[in-house]
Design a binder for this molecule. Structure first.
Ligand code: FES
Length: 127
């Protein structure tokens, strides 16, 4: 199963700006991602999915990287107008790592402080 980039379509542009021109920040980010994804060489390895909430609503926009046997990464406080290219760069790193471990130092600089959580894959605590 391909890894996934999950975009929260419910997120605003900022904590105090839910919509701009009738569009949520998450919907705007999704459009930006889809435009770049169309020409992205790793489309077969990672799909873009959406959700209505990632439970970090006070720090929009939020996305998550999810992969089989890999940790889940949650990013928040993303600018929906400028983050798409950096997120696909992060996606490249996630795909390139067999165990999904990606150092914050390898991420584009704008993303380094916006990675909020790394959740280990199940089953956890064996071995
Ligand atoms: S609306 Fe995006 S995290 Fe809740």
């Amino acid at each position: 199963m391909p890894d996934q980039l999950i975009v929260c379509k419910g997120c605003g542009f900022a904590a105090d700006e839910e919509k701009r021109d009738g569009e949520t920040g998450g919907a705007h980010l999704l459009k930006q991602l889809e435009a770049k994804y169309a020409d992205w060489p790793h489309k077969d390895e990672l799909t873009i999915k959406t959700t209505g909430c990632l439970c970090i609503c006070d720090q929009p926009c939020a996305i998550a990287f999810v992969g089989t046997g890999k940790p889940t990464y949650l990013f928040a406080d993303l600018d929906p107008t400028t983050s798409a290219a950096d997120l696909l760069t992060a996606a490249d790193l996630y795909l390139d790592s067999n165990d999904g471990m990606v150092s914050a130092y390898w991420l584009p600089s704008e993303l380094q402080s916006r990675r909020i959580a790394r959740i280990p894959p199940a089953p956890f605590g064996q071995g």
